[in-house]
Design a binder for this molecule. Sequence first.
Ligand code: CU
Length: 110
Amino acid sequence: MRLTTLLLAMTLVLPATAAIAEDAHHRPDTVVAQVNTALTDGEIRKVDKDAKKITIKHGPLTNLDMPAMTMVFQVKEPAMLEQVKVGDKVKFAAEKLGGSFTVTKIDVAR
Ligand SMILES: [Cu+2]
């Protein structure tokens, strides 16, 4: 009788506990995904195809903990240098790859 009561109690409690754990587990993932995919506003100041570098006046980069500034970035794909020209307003993402600040995604804002 006691065992039956215990099993019944577990059956009732476990699904609720699992649901809470699932919820708590998924929330941080969602936040990380939003930070990683967030694009920052920028304006192209210089494109150096030989050095595969690009100078961008950018807004705050929250994932890199960086305030707004003008700086030089590496580019992940050389083709990115063909997509933009000086003066273009862009939306871009940057990460620190191999110790260098690198543009990983860039779109011209239209
Ligand atoms: Cu910067």
